[in-house]
Design a protein around this ligand. Structure first.
Ligand code: AHR
Length: 514
């Protein structure tokens, strides 16, 4: 048995198995398009957990930190740039212990409550009206998760009334008295969270009965235009979805989407990880890939022509050993997380014929966060840059493409993985193609040539790249711009239709068809 460190052994193994050809061709067929990549795939999730809401988003009007009616201005500025389509709130596990009535009205009078899951008191300073303000300021749509585990049907129903109704009622009057005469018209409503665990340890049949009850009252209050999202499975309990859907017989019109939660937990730490652990994280996308495929097939079987049931994944992301309840699930975020997010989005694009929305966990200071804050300081993470760089994919049409001579990596799960991953979408309005190209290899760079199967002329109009010398690099409060995308000069690329892809890099290319 060799006493070499595991990382070195793994690297040698990978190198042996790699096909060493360095010239790769990306073939694009702009006239062959598939489904739309729903913009909601780029949505987010913010919970009353650790410093996500309190500190990361909400500081209060009296804070020294510059704020807009209590919401920190730097957070607003950072999030607004991402065009996030929807934001899920208030949890997570917190949702099934949250009573919305505690979080409205004069803030001084709001009660402090027990936050059952995250070991911190809930001050209720950030409630429904503050959440709606946040959504307005960052130009995103609200997605509210209702309390099924410890709430009543009437409590859930009246929250919907508070948000969406225009009738002259006492509940609507409360909203008006709180300064909001117009309804918020919240479209997305989740009926409970992880009800197979923190949301009540229920069996799928029991949850289905509660779902029928809650969904009936919510739908009757809000009307047909709202979308109801059921708690679905995670990868280890696939039977949950089948049993839930079987038990919903006769009431499928109440289920618009079923929601999956899949976290990628790998050994090792957030910033001190081995190469093998990087590849393991990439390999974990396969679990999501399979589970999404399976759930899309299943929901199709329970859909009818008039009422399709779609899939969402309203919690996903990396989860390292540093993120524990004691630190509010805080972890750092490196170039590895950016590669993982980008490769996962490529997987989501492929499934976007059935996958409608995904919400990475979580927006600030928790798990695979977009932003990290420390007092008055804020930094954006490598993952943030992926959301920013990939914006043109939102609502684009997936375009057919393939790769000639794609080098192959062998991942720790034994599966083979192509080193170059490409996703192409088109925007009809702009007559443009948008490409994201990942080189997942940690050591090799490759030269890619673009070939478009189209008679019209075309030109490359912009190339941007996110990469680092070391995959472990990350932004810190001392070095906030260490990992930052750069604009690549396109003179040579334009002429030769060729460019180099450095190891572990994310490149985006805008192409115009003339
Ligand atoms: O995102 C952290 C927690 O992970 C959520 O509250 C819960 O839904 C999941 O288990």
């Amino acid at each position: 048995m060799s006493n070499k460190p595991k990382t070195t052994m793994y690297k040698e193994e990978v190198e042996k198995k790699q096909q060493k050809s360095k010239d790769v061709q990306i073939n694009i067929y702009p006239e062959v398009t598939f489904h739309k990549v729903s913009r909601y795939i780029y949505s987010q999730f913010a919970e009353h957990l650790g410093r996500c809401i309190y500190g990361g988003i909400w500081v209060g009007e009296g804070s020294k930190i510059k704020n807009e009616q209590g919401i920190r201005c730097d957070t607003i500025e950072a999030l607004k740039k991402l065009s996030l389509p929807a934001l899920r709130w208030p949890g997570g596990c917190f949702a099934d212990n949250y009573h919305w009535i505690d979080g409205i009205g004069p803030r001084k009078k709001r009660p402090r409550r027990y936050n059952l899951w995250w070991n911190q008191p809930e001050t209720n300073q950030f409630g429904t009206d503050e959440f709606m303000l946040l959504c307005r300021l960052i130009e995103t749509e609200p997605y509210i998760c209702l309390n099924v585990g410890s709430g009543t049907v009437e409590e859930a129903r009246s929250w919907v009334e508070y948000c969406n109704s225009t009738q002259s009622t006492a509940v609507v009057q409360m909203r008006k008295n709180n300064g909001h005469p117009k309804p918020y018209n919240v479209k997305f409503w989740g009926i409970g969270n992880e009800n197979w665990w923190c949301g009540g340890n229920m069996r799928p049949e029991y949850y289905a009965n509660l779902y029928r009850l809650f969904a009936t009252y919510v739908r009757q209050t809000a009307g047909e235009s709202v979308k109801l999202i059921a708690c679905g499975s995670h990868q280890d309990i696939p039977h949950w979805d089948e049993r839930f859907l079987e038990a919903m017989k006769g009431a499928y019109n109440l289920v618009d989407y079923i929601s999956l939660h899949i976290y990628s937990r790998v050994d090792g730490s957030d910033i001190n990880f081995s190469e093998e652990e990087y590849y393991s994280l990439i390999a974990s996308i396969d679990v999501m890939d399979k589970h999404i495929s399976r759930t899309i097939e299943l929901t199709k079987a329970f859909s009818s022509y008039g009422h399709p049931i779609g899939v969402v994944m309203d919690e996903w992301g990396s989860w390292y050993k540093e993120a524990v309840i004691e630190n509010g699930l805080y972890q750092q975020n490196t170039m590895r997380d950016a590669m993982f997010a980008a490769a996962t989005f490529h997987c989501f694009h492929k499934h976007a014929n059935g996958l409608f929305m995904t919400n990475m966990a979580q927006t600030a200071n928790v798990l695979q966060a977009l932003i990290l804050t420390k007092g008055q300081h804020l930094i954006v993470t490598p993952t943030y840059h992926v959301y920013e760089m990939f914006r043109p994919h939102q609502d684009g049409k997936l375009v057919a493409c393939n790769i000639t001579n794609n080098p192959v990596l062998t991942l720790p799960n034994g599966k083979e993985q192509e080193a170059i991953s490409v996703s192409v979408t088109s925007s009809e309005a702009e007559n443009e193609l948008f490409l994201s190209i990942l080189n997942l290899d940690l050591h090799e760079d490759f030269t890619v040539t673009f070939r478009l199967y189209i008679e019209s002329q075309w030109e490359i109009i912009q190339v941007r790249r996110l990469t680092t010398k070391d995959i472990r690099e990350h932004n810190t409060f001392d070095e906030p711009r260490k990992v930052w995308p750069e604009e690549i000069s396109i003179e040579d690329i334009k002429r030769e239709h060729r460019m180099n892809l450095p190891p572990h890099s994310i490149t985006t290319v805008r192409l115009r068809i003339l």
